[in-house]
Ligand binder design. Sequence first.
Ligand SMILES: NC(=O)c1ccc[n+]([C@@H]2O[C@H](COP(=O)([O-])OP(=O)(O)OC[C@H]3O[C@@H](n4cnc5c(N)ncnc54)[C@H](OP(=O)(O)O)[C@@H]3O)[C@@H](O)[C@H]2O)c1
Length: 260
Amino acid sequence: MDLGIAGKRAVVCASSAGLGRACAEELARAGAIVVLNGRRADALEATAQSIRDETGADVRTVTGSVADVDVQEALIAAADGAVDILVNNNGGPPFRDFAAVDDDAIREGVENNMVTPIALVRRVLDGMVERRFGRIVNITSASVKTPLAGLDVSSGARAGLTGFLAGIAREVAHANVTINFLLPGSFDTDRLQSGQTLSAEASGRTVAEVRETAAATIPAQRFGFPEEFGAACAFLASDRAGYITGQSLLIDGGAYRGIL
Ligand SMILES: NC(=O)c1ccc[n+]([C@@H]2O[C@H](COP(=O)([O-])OP(=O)(O)OC[C@H]3O[C@@H](n4cnc5c(N)ncnc54)[C@H](OP(=O)(O)O)[C@@H]3O)[C@@H](O)[C@H]2O)c1
């Protein structure tokens, strides 16, 4: 399928690894100009070069935390000031018992996973409306639909983001600007693997045992491949998806047992 986004400018936040990288790769394969971002300059440049080599796409980089205002400005500037596709992503709050969550941890989570993506939407939205094309994809979490104890900050901040942008999505739909949400279940990224390593250490099991037990709880009997996530992101970012807006798409191998 031709996604119809060749030459469009895409900013993919937090994209030197994991789900963000997978989204950037798929957008580059579709011919978009892609701006990558991450805090570790060496990892970011290595990823950018790898995507250039594979796709031949124009891949640009901005180093630094996406929560920083100057980094946000640099991301827009790297897309020549005209962002057509914005993929909002950031690191997620750590797993932490509610008793250990203080006000600073809550503020940090809300800043990273709600305030920062809204700030980026604010920066790109008017231009998208003027140009009559815009695709905003927010990477949130399955925890928006199925909150998990220990991920309370994540669930709350991401549900807040989803609610905040829901009304805005309807306000800009007339201008071919869409705002959607991708909710990952368990995808085999560094983040998932580091959590499994900690869980193995805490329980005295091997990492392989922890992975096997976790995968067995998922109807698909495996973790998601990041490229499966990237493909869904590229579709929502495509010209073909102009009639899908304000939606949350759960990608979890069937782990969520409800039908709505
Ligand atoms: N993987 C899953 O199964 C899963 C499930 C539910 C939700 N999620 C959520 O999805 C998001 C992505 O997860 P992931 O598994 O892809 O994580 P990951 O493998 O740890 O990758 C995170 C990426 O984000 C970058 N990053 C982190 N903080 C950043 C910041 N402040 N500014 C700019 N870049 C930053 C990292 O690079 P640097 O460290 O160099 O900055 C890295 O490229 C997270 O919010 C996570 O909580 C993931």
